[in-house]
Design a binder for this molecule. Sequence first.
Ligand code: CMP
Length: 138
Amino acid sequence: MERTLSIIKPDGVQRNLVGTIVGRFESEGFRIAGMKRLWLSKKEAEAFYAMHKDRPFFDSLTSYMSSGPVVVMVLEGPNAIQRNRDIMGDTNPAQAAEGTIRKEYGLDVEKNTVHGSDKPETAAKEIAFFFSELELMR
Ligand code: CMP
């Protein structure tokens, strides 16, 4: 079993895509081990995306991620990190494969509807950023 962090970004929440996206994850066989809706401050978004702090899009990304509510989830299942990335599709919706969430719903490279952890070390950090172990216990 593996866990990964998934975020439905402000463009997804604003367009009432929460049920659709959570349903997609469930139908793909993931267990939703934890889920909450919250509105990040700019500082919280900066802390979450700290690994991108030197990238040119950092300020815009963190402003966007704090512009409205998000839904954060822990997805659990075999090979969850890579499977979630496959289901999300390429970061840039214009380059994402047919059938992926970003191809179907992403608006642009920033408003790309979902975030998913990229590797095990990141997943552990990102899950701990939002959830305590107690919240994720079976
Ligand atoms: P995400 O998976 O949340 O991780 C970092 C985010 O930065 C990424 O999705 C994109 O939404 C955002 N981003 C904005 N501009 C770019 C860019 N030019 N290249 C990569 N990521 C970008």
